[in-house]
Design a protein around this ligand. Structure first.
Ligand SMILES: Cc1ncc(C[n+]2csc(CCOP(=O)(O)OP(=O)(O)O)c2C)c(N)n1
Length: 661
């Protein structure tokens, strides 16, 4: 081990962080300074297997900075390691349009595997990556060829570990024996406001051991200790995920603040000059020595030999296993069949059903044409109905299983699904009751922000849930999801709309989709062909019943309320149009002509019907329109009774419409 050069690199990484944070007077110095030796080993002493010229190399070790506030850590090391991230970008830290945003953003910067910043999410993402890696190895490696044997690292601090989302994911990783996962805990005894002991007294080693992890406790500034711990963690396929608890000094290198809460953020930046002198850095800011450059250039060349050798194995594997190679490609390109919708058989007319039940039929049909699709449930498969039959359960006995038993861990499920989606080999989906969608909102928001195609299957979608009462009756949740940018929310009204909703989710590549399904049976709109309902749903909205004669009023509805809109139109007579609007977001992506053909601006008499809050309907009904919605919590009683009590009937819709006519 070349301790001298590693030490030089660590010092210069500290300098880069100090200079970048000083330049923009914001950011976080504590972690980049406290973890400089860890960075040097990860990127400069064989900790991570990577090739900076092939940042998406399939068998690279994945590294996630879960403590995303310490973003200058990852930017500095990616730069030093030779990734395509220039010194100029480091100088532009946190500036408009730079590749060095305040917190790491997936897609913005080469080498960034996940969007992090909200503490704990990155740990969950790493577990998702580890699941994906385990499944990829089990599915694609053969006796002759190993193409996947990488590890997944996450660097996190006390903050991540205090968050429930990380705890949920850690429990999942331990239970499922994801021994390709290596967490590095930057244990510096400091959080933001105070010393960590102000808010935590957990025995980290005992905690991780109780979760089935192998633990290593080391001095996080000792190159040998870090190197040895990582090397043991990597070589040990013992069914245990690993955690390296690295004791570090936050902001090491700025004596005025190191080891204190004052070192966490940009507080130390005002001591920049003295710190640079103390570290022995030259006057020139953003300094990287030629020696350090040469060292990393040499390791980049060595990395190329590794990837070239892997490429040979990969090519031999491809030639020997064309079917497996085609399946892997399908996952990597996220290919879905052109005729996906036609692969879902039409449902018999005249039979109403719960859309969750139709969803179960649909996902099983889809799973045949989309082999990359995997799905899980938060201990609710019996209710959410998304189990893929005959395809096994993911777990230590069968890492190829397509069904993931997440346990009652919705937030963890969301973050794990994001990790799977970031990895880009499999299509992730997860299910729970709609009322608990907010338990995973943090992860849904990040999937939307990161533009990754996760599918959420949310059943038991309204007060129609009935007897379980208001706690289980989501009223605000559909509108609450609609306000998240780049999330498609689809609430189908019958089995055919459900078929299209799932197909739409699969078709989508640049963001997540939430499918909102009923527990209770609802009738199908058999007055229109299956194909009209499917294609209409793909457009987000369509005419479910055309008016007779001159258009007088439009009733808009989604999901279980489309039946009441149709019933009301029946009693109101001529001139009434019913629009089924299962997905606002898809509808709004249609052409202005299409939107006008469904909702002509000239018709301002509009009534919206939905068994939830009215908040998101204003833009469709306007000031002249009315809503038949539920702006209160529900009631504990049979579903039909609750619906009736809260005005979800054709008669009530007709009465409200009459006020406008
Ligand atoms: C979910 C979430 N809550 C709060 C914050 C704000 N925040 C950023 S860093 C931090 C303290 C984190 O402490 P630790 O993980 O120990 O980081 P260190 O002080 O060692 O850098 C807080 C509260 C956040 N980023 N995410």
């Amino acid at each position: 081990m070349q301790t001298d050069i590693l030490s030089q690199a660590a010092t210069q990484a500290r300098g880069l962080a100090i200079d970048a944070v000083h330049a923009c007077s914001s950011g976080h110095l504590g972690l980049p300074l406290g973890c400089a030796e860890i960075g040097a080993v990860l990127f400069g002493n064989g900790g991570l297997s990577y090739d900076p010229s092939a940042p998406k190399w399939l068998n690279r070790d994945r590294f996630i900075l879960s403590a995303g506030h310490g973003s200058m850590f990852i930017y500095s090391w990616l730069h030093l390691a030779g990734y395509h991230l220039s010194l100029e970008e480091l100088k532009n830290f946190r500036q408009l349009g730079s590749e060095t945003p305040g917190h790491p953003e997936f897609g913005d910067t080469v080498g960034i595997e996940a969007t992090t910043g909200p503490l704990g999410q990155g740990v969950g993402n790493a577990v998702g990556y580890a699941l994906s890696g385990k499944r990829a190895a089990a599915k694609f490696n053969t006796a002759e060829h190993t193409i996947f044997d990488h590890h997944v690292f996450a660097l996190h601090g006390d903050g991540c570990l205090q968050e429930g989302v990380a705890k949920e994911a850690i429990a999942f990783a331990g239970h499922n024996q994801l021994d390709n996962l290596i967490l590095i805990y930057d244990s510096n005894d400091v959080t933001l406001d105070a010393m960590a002991k102000r808010t935590q007294s957990e025995d980290a080693e005992a905690y991780f051991a109780s979760q089935g992890f192998e633990t290593f406790l080391i001095d996080g500034h000792d190159f040998s200790a870090i190197t040895n711990a990582i090397s043991s963690a990597k070589s040990n396929d013992n069914g245990k995920p690993k955690v390296i608890i690295a004791k570090t000094t936050i902001a090491k290198g700025i004596p005025e603040v190191e080891g204190t809460a004052g070192g966490h953020g940009e507080g130390g930046a005002k001591f920049a000059e003295g710190a640079r002198q103390g570290l022995g850095l030259p006057d020139e800011t953003f300094h990287v020595s030629q020696e350090v450059r040469d060292y990393f250039a040499k390791s980049a060349i060595a990395a190329k030999t590794v990837t070239a050798k892997w490429e040979e194995t990969f090519n031999a594997w491809t030639a020997a296993n064309p079917a497996l190679a085609a399946e892997l490609n399908c996952g990597l390109n996220d290919t879905i069949p052109d005729d996906l919708l036609d692969q879902i058989p039409e449902f018999p007319a005249g039979t109403g059903s719960a859309t969750r039940a139709s969803g179960g039929v649909v996902i099983n049909a889809l799973a045949k044409g989309v082999p990359q699709l995997i799905t899980g449930s938060a201990d609710l498969y019996g209710s959410t109905k998304n189990y893929i039959k005959d395809c096994g359960d993911f777990g230590p006995d069968n890492f190829t299983g397509r069904n993931i038993w997440f346990g009652i861990r919705e937030h963890g499920m969301g973050a794990i699904c994001n990790g799977i989606a970031y990895d880009g080999i499999f299509r992730a989906s997860g299910a729970t009751f709609l009322a608990f969608a907010d338990y995973m909102r943090g992860a849904i928001r990040l999937a939307s922000l990161s533009k990754i195609p996760v599918t959420y299957i949310f059943t038991h979608d309204s007060v129609g849930v009935g007897e379980d009462g208001p706690t289980h009756q989501p009223v605000e949740t559909v509108s609450g999801l609609r306000v998240i940018p780049n999330l498609d929310v689809i609430r189908p009204s019958d089995a055919e709309e459900t078929a299209a909703a799932f197909a739409a989710a699969m078709e989508r590549k640049d963001g997540p989709t939430a499918l909102i399904l009923t527990r209770q049976n609802i009738p199908a709109n058999d007055s229109l062909s299956a194909s009209d309902r499917r294609l209409g749903t793909l457009k987000g909205g369509y005419i479910a019943k055309k008016e007779i004669g001159e258009l007088k009023l439009i009733i808009l509805a989604t999901g279980s309320e489309v039946q009441h809109a149709l019933g009301a139109a029946e009693t109101l007579g001529e001139g009434i149009r019913v629009v089924s609007l299962p997905c606002f977001e898809r509808f709004e992506r249609q052409s202005a002509d299409y939107i006008e053909s469904i909702l002509p601006a000239s018709c301002s008499r509009r009534v919206a019907v939905e068994a939830g809050v009215s908040s998101t309907w204003g833009k469709y009904v306007g000031l002249a329109g009315k809503t038949v919605c539920i702006d209160r919590f529900g009631l504990s009683a049979p579903g039909d009774t609750v619906m009736e009590q809260l005005g979800m009937t054709a008669n009530n819709v007709a009465a409200v419409a009459k006020e406008l006519l």
